[in-house]
Design a protein around this ligand. Structure first.
Ligand SMILES: CC(C)(COP(=O)(O)OP(=O)(O)OC[C@H]1O[C@@H](n2cnc3c(N)ncnc32)[C@H](O)[C@@H]1OP(=O)(O)O)[C@@H](O)C(=O)NCCC(=O)NCCS
Length: 245
């Protein structure tokens, strides 16, 4: 099965509708922690609604407009990362993330997000990867900072949560910045030698070919079907941007 080894017992893998039961059990552990920052946590409360959340991302992926990946730590689903709000005109998209408390403080999201950004920049030719978070979500802005993103500004009162409207910070990294960062972090500075958590892609590499019982390679989803940023749809996604992902 497709997976990326994040080290120390952690793996990044596709998260799909058939895993709704596992996702729901994880959400039950994560919901209180995640809910203030991501809207779908409070909408994934039953097997049906958990499956609906994953199906929504599966549909986005089939259209080349999104992707969700789970993070397993010692075989337990503890969080994930996702890409959404693809803008074909601007070659831009947004990424988001979440963890249950047991997964925090290990750098899992920084690593997983780096993998996702790398795939977006190198495979999907995305020029601008955004990260939206509430100003009081310092754990989230800490990840954006560690990823080398720039805080570009703050959207005022665009995230309503429990009757209160919150601001959203917009962070972003541009493709040339990401490439330069990879070069500076890879041994010898050569692009081809990228390694570590900043370096590799979510498709096609050796890491994606680990065998499962089925023996089949299950990747080749959005990345193989996607028409590239030029071909993907713009807005109009059911998902809204920012912390609401
Ligand atoms: C946002 C969230 C995912 C960040 O979790 P996190 O554990 O801080 O992020 P990471 O997985 O990147 O780990 C970073 C932490 O691990 C530490 N760490 C350990 N090893 C590390 C490594 N190899 N690389 C990077 N950080 C490492 C870092 O020092 C940092 O800890 P610190 O904040 O105490 O300094 C988490 O707080 C969360 O799920 N919040 C609720 C949902 C949410 O807010 N989502 C984002 C919406 S915008």
């Amino acid at each position: 099965m497709f997976k990326v080894d994040l080290g120390r017992g952690a793996e990044l893998r596709p998260l799909e509708p058939w895993q709704a039961e596992e996702f729901l059990a994880h959400m039950d552990r994560a919901r209180a922690f995640v809910d203030p920052w991501i809207a779908w946590a409070s909408r994934s409360t039953t097997l049906q609604t958990a499956r609906k959340t994953l199906q929504r991302y599966a549909d986005l992926q089939a259209r080349g407009e999104g992707r969700i990946l789970g993070i397993w730590l010692d075989g337990v689903l503890v969080g994930g990362v996702m890409a959404f709000n693809f803008d074909a005109y601007a070659d831009a998209c947004e990424i988001g993330c979440w963890l249950e408390p047991a997964g925090t403080g290990r750098g899992l999201i920084t690593q997983a997000s780096a993998r996702l950004i790398d795939w977006l920049v190198t495979e999907r030719a995305v020029h601008r990867v955004e990260w939206h978070c509430r100003p009081d979500n310092v754990a989230s802005s800490g990840v954006a900072r560690r990823l080398g993103m720039t805080h570009e500004g703050t959207l005022r009162a665009n995230f309503p949560w429990q009757g209160v409207r919150h601001d959203s910070q917009v962070w972003a990294v541009l493709a040339p910045e990401w490439s330069a960062r990879k070069d500076s972090q890879s041994p010898g500075g050569a692009k081809s030698q990228s390694s570590g958590h900043e370096g590799s892609q979510l498709s096609g590499g050796a890491e994606s070919q680990s065998s499962g019982r089925e023996g089949s390679q299950l990747s080749g989803g959005a990345e193989s079907q996607s028409p590239g940023p030029e071909g993907s749809q713009l807005s109009g996604l059911e998902e809204s941007s920012g912390p609401r992902a």
